[in-house]
Design a protein around this ligand. Structure first.
Ligand code: ATP
Ligand code: MG
Length: 276
């Protein structure tokens, strides 16, 4: 697994949107699997006490030896708590209901928003991508995610009020960037559960493009029942039915993200040169 040097380390991306049920977990699982298809080494961190990313990766959240809660308390390391998703070909740091207690326990701890980042430091160099599936809140758990990340990917549905909800999240990202984590940036917005036949969705999609420009990923993830069925089989949709429209969209999204990171990486390198 050790193919990254200490100088580079993994891209750490939060999949976040404080709105519930917008496709965060579906995106986290299928992006992890799509990146694994591209031979990337991926760790998926389940930051949600619902444990959906864990179960959807084919890992039983109720029988795991350790979970993210113990990692945040500093009782075990990520290397000890992670398990393999055989279905998805990536590693999972599992979560379950125990994690809901972390909100309360963390409040009394030193560096309470930096606990996850400290844990990630121990495995950062083993991965190309570390994806964090955030809960639908702007809680202390989500703050731990944002404090650990180099970027945020926002899955969104093109519905009425979508833009309004986004401004809260974008402001939170800006605040975390200024106060806690200067590495944090908005990587992009991914339109999911998209139905081009619905005029309102087309309109909102155009508004999002006008407002966020380049930050909107070109890939559109359609509403596709195979993606919704896959978790009950303990598999990413990308693996469950690789030829479905939903799977193809997430595979394309994986490609688009890798291309984008290469492009941005080159930009960073040329900026570094220019400064010298
Ligand atoms: P929460 O806020 O509760 O964590 P979430 O944002 O993680 O929710 P998901 O659990 O990924 O959202 O998706 C919500 C529901 O929509 C799930 O039942 C999921 O299977 C379904 N779903 C997600 N994406 C798609 C899609 N592209 N097509 C069809 N169904 C989808
Ligand atoms: Mg979720």
């Amino acid at each position: 697994m050790k193919n990254k040097t200490a100088a580079t380390g993994a891209y750490v991306f939060c999949i976040a949107n404080q709105k519930g049920g917008v496709g965060k977990t579906t995106t986290a699982i299928n992006l992890a699997a799509a990146l694994a298809v591209l031979k990337k080494h991926v760790l998926l961190i389940d930051l949600d006490p619902q444990g959906n990313a864990t179960m959807g990766s084919g890992v039983d959240k109720n029988t795991v030896q350790a979970n993210l809660y113990e990692v945040l308390l500093g009782e075990v390391s990520i290397a000890e708590a992670r398990v393999r998703s055989d279905a998805g070909d990536y590693d999972v740091l599992p979560a379950n209901r125990e994690l809901s207690g972390a909100e309360i326990d963390l409040v009394q701890m030193d560096e309470r928003e930096a606990r996850l980042k400290m844990a990630i430091d121990g495995v950062r160099d083993e991965y190309d991508f570390i994806l964090i599936d955030c809960p639908p809140t702007l809680s202390l758990l989500t703050l731990n995610g944002l404090a650990s990340a180099t970027g945020v990917i926002i899955p969104m549905q093109c519905e009425y009020f979508a833009l309004e909800g986004l401004s809260d999240l974008v402001n939170t990202i800006k605040r975390v960037h200024h106060n806690i984590n200067p590495d944090l940036q908005l990587i992009g917005l991914l339109r999911v559960m998209f139905d081009p036949r619905v005029t309102l969705q087309q309109q909102v999609s155009a508004q999002v493009e006008a407002h966020f420009g380049d930050k909107v990923f070109k890939t559109l993830v359609p509403r596709n029942v195979r993606l919704a069925e896959a978790p009950s089989h303990g598999m990413p949709g990308v693996v469950y039915d690789r030829n479905s429209r939903g799977a193809k969209a997430y595979l394309e999204f994986g490609n688009e993200l890798v291309r984008r990171m290469k492009r941005e990486g080159l930009k960073l390198a040329s900026r570094a040169k220019a400064r010298r």
